[in-house]
Design a protein around this ligand. Structure first.
Ligand code: GLY
Length: 362
C-alpha cells in the first residue's frame, strides 16, 4: 500500500492507495478511529457493487453503518439533497464523534464533504473515491460544495477529510469514457508540475488504459503527491493552488454554455488546456510549439472532442461570470514548458478572440 501524507498542521491526513482496499476498509479504519456511528453516502450504482462488501467490513470492526444511496448525477448536488442528508444524520443520531464516509465519484464526495462540514458545525469524514477524476483531484484538498442555479460549486467550503482511501480496483467498473476524461486531470498535473509524469503517460498510455496496476499506481500516486504539495502550500487558494485550475477557465465556460450535458468535465478541460497553451504562445510566454503539440497528440490518442461550435464571443462573456474572475480580471494558468506554468491576469480580449477563432485542429 502506498501512503501519501497531506501536511496541514491539525488538519493533516493520509491518502492510502492500493488494490482491494474497499473490502479492508473496516480493518484499516479501525487503526485510525474508534468504531462509531457511520453514515455512508454513495450513489445507487456504486451501492449495488460495493455497498454490501463495505458494510460487512465496517460492521465486522464495530462501526454501526447506515447507507444512503443518492440517485447518480450532478443534478443531485443541491441544497435539497444536502437537507435530506441532514435528516439522515439526525435519524441515525450522528454526533461530533461520528463519521461520514463518501463512497463514489466527485458528486458524492463534494456533497458528503459539504454535509460533514456543516452538520453540527463539522463532523469527521473520509473519502473513498471510485472514479479516476475523484481519486486524483476532487477527493483531495478539502474543496466541498453543492451547486446553485447561479453556478456550479457556488455554495461550499474548505473542509479536509480525515483520510482518503483509493482502491485502484474500483476503476475496473468505471466506463472507459470516464477513465479517459479523468486521465486529463493526470495529464494536467504533468503539464503544470511534472514533465516526467507527462512523458510517462505518453509512453505508458496503453498500459494505463488497460488498467495495469503498476501504471495506475504510478499515475495516481504521482498526481496525489503533486496535489498534496500544492494544497499544503496554499490550502485556501489564495495564489498557488490556482495552478490546479489549468485548462479550467475556458473549460468551465464550455461546460456552462453546454449546460454541463454535452461534455464530460475532463473533455471540456482538455480543450481548455489546449486553448491555454495557444494563449501562452500568442503572448510569447513560450516559443516551444511542442507544448501544444504534445498535449494535442495525447488528446487525439484519447479520442476526445476538439471542436465545440461555440461562438468565441459567448465563451468570452461566460468567462467573466466565473468565480475565478478577480476584480473583473480573468485569471489564466499558462504553460511556459511541459512541467511549468505561470498565473496570468494579462490575457486580453483581443488575444482571446484570436485564439478562440483559430480551430484547435488546423
Ligand atoms: N480541483 C482544483 C482544486 O482542488 O483546487
Amino acid at each position: 500500500m502506498k501512503t501519501i501524507r497531506v501536511n496541514l498542521s491539525e488538519n493533516s491526513y493520509n491518502i492510502y492507495i492500493d488494490k482491494i482496499l474497499v473490502g479492508r476498509i473496516g480493518e484499516i479504519l479501525a487503526t485510525e478511529k474508534k468504531p462509531c456511528k457511520t453514515l455512508l453516502i454513495t450513489d445507487s450504482n456504486i451501492d449495488k457493487v460495493y455497498g454490501p462488501i463495505i458494510t460487512e467490513s465496517l460492521s465486522q470492526h464495530g462501526f454501526c453503518v447506515r447507507i444512503v444511496a443518492l440517485k447518480p448525477g450532478e443534478d443531485q448536488k443541491t441544497l435539497e439533497t444536502a437537507s435530506a442528508l441532514y435528516d439522515a444524520c439526525f435519524d441515525h443520531k450522528l454526533d461530533r464523534s461520528s463519521l461520514i464516509i463518501a463512497l463514489g465519484g466527485g458528486v458524492v464526495g463534494d456533497i458528503s464533504g459539504f454535509v460533514a462540514a456543516t452538520f453540527m458545525r463539522g463532523i469527521p469524514f473520509i473519502q473513498i473515491p471510485t472514479t479516476l477524476l475523484a481519486q486524483v483531484d476532487s477527493s483531495i484538498g478539502g474543496k466541498v460544495a453543492v451547486n446553485h442555479p447561479k453556478g456550479k460549486n457556488m455554495i461550499g467550503s474548505f473542509y479536509q477529510p480525515k483520510a482518503v482511501f483509493i482502491d485502484t480496483d474500483t476503476l475496473s467498473t468505471l466506463p472507459a469514457t470516464e477513465l479517459v476524461a479523468g486521465l486529463m486531470e493526470v495529464i494536467k498535473y504533468g503539464v503544470i508540475r511534472d514533465a516526467a509524469l507527462f512523458e510517462y503517460i505518453e509512453n505508458a498510455l496503453r498500459d494505463i488504459l488497460q488498467l495495469n496496476h503498476h501504471a495506475l499506481l504510478k499515475i495516481i500516486a504521482t498526481s496525489c503527491q503533486i496535489k498534496a504539495r500544492v494544497v499544503e502550500e496554499d490550502e485556501k487558494e489564495t495564489h498557488l493552488r490556482a495552478i490546479l485550475n489549468y485548462g479550467h477557465t475556458i473549460g468551465h465556460a464550455i461546460e456552462t454554455l453546454t449546460d454541463y450535458k454535452k461534455y464530460r468535465h475532463g473533455e471540456a478541460v482538455a480543450m481548455g488546456m489546449l486553448y491555454a497553451s495557444r494563449i501562452a504562445q500568442e503572448m510569447g510566454l513560450t516559443n516551444d510549439n511542442t507544448v501544444f503539440e504534445r498535449q494535442l497528440s495525447l488528446v487525439k490518442r484519447l479520442g476526445l472532442p476538439l471542436y465545440t461550435g461555440l461562438k468565441p464571443g459567448d465563451i468570452i462573456k461566460t468567462l467573466y461570470s466565473d468565480k475565478k474572475v478577480i476584480s473583473g480580471k480573468l485569471r489564466f494558468i499558462l504553460p511556459t514548458k511541459i512541467g511549468e506554468v505561470i498565473i496570468s491576469d494579462q490575457v486580453t480580449e483581443e488575444i482571446l478572440y484570436r485564439v478562440l477563432n483559430t480551430p484547435l485542429l488546423r
